[in-house]
Design a protein around this ligand. Structure first.
Ligand code: SF4
Length: 217
């Protein structure tokens, strides 16, 4: 049962306040030192842990430094280099395509707009929102990954059946400047406490404001 929007807003604000207090640091997330690395790391993180992605990209980024490097990469070689992140054929194909689009349409630079980022193969709204927020400080939307998609319904914030719809519903509950924090704190909380099965409700800082307390096995 979903409460009215004002009640959900109050609950969401309080939950974020508590999560910020509970977790001194969020993460770990994909490591990057420029927008291209962030796009590549985030694309590789689909269906893969950020720790594993980071193990792969620490080597990958030594070799591939520009969009052109990806555009001109050999498919089989790149597949081997990113193999352990899973779905390596598709990911390698996307990284090469991404390099080509960046070179041909954006002068080799990562675009700073949602429209531009969505032209890159393999880049979803979720990835684009993360890249815009982290690399350019632009909060264009609230990124809904697997953890956010699991926690938001538990917390009674959204009953949306798709990440896109949930992203729009959650964006109504928080001020724009909080979008990235919502994503990162829910991921951190989802990993630490609110796991898919048997969440540790007894240890949860949201226990008294979570409608799912003790109900998920
Ligand atoms: S009370 Fe339980 S279900 Fe609710 S957020 Fe905490 S761990 Fe998750």
């Amino acid at each position: 049962m979903i409460a009215d929007v004002e009640t959900r807003k109050m609950n969401a604000k309080e939950a974020l306040r508590r999560l910020r207090k509970a977790y001194k640091v969020t993460g770990p997330f994909v490591e990057w030192s420029n927008p291209l690395e962030l796009v590549v790391g985030t694309a590789l993180s689909a269906q893969c842990t950020d720790e594993r992605v980071n193990r792969v990209t620490r080597e990958l980024f030594k070799k591939y430094k520009t969009a052109r490097d990806y555009a001109e990469a050999d498919q089989a070689t790149l597949e081997k280099e990113i193999y352990s992140t899973g779905f390596y054929r598709n990911k390698a194909k996307n990284l090469r395509g991404m390099g080509r689009v960046l070179v041909e349409e954006f002068g080799g630079e990562v675009p700073e707009t949602l429209e531009g980022l969505l032209k890159l193969p393999g880049i979803s709204n979720k990835t684009a929102y993360i890249v815009l927020a982290k690399a350019f400080g632009k909060m264009e939307g609230l990124a809904v990954d697997t953890h956010v998609f699991r926690l938001a319904p538990r917390l009674g914030w959204s009953s949306a059946k798709t990440p896109e719809k949930m992203s729009r519903e959650l964006a109504e509950l928080f001020p724009r400047e909080d979008y990235l924090d919502v994503n990162e704190y829910l991921i951190t909380h989802g990993r630490a406490i609110c796991s898919p099965r048997n969440p540790k409700c007894g240890e949860c800082v949201l226990a008294d404001i979570c409608p799912s307390f003790g109900m998920i096995r």
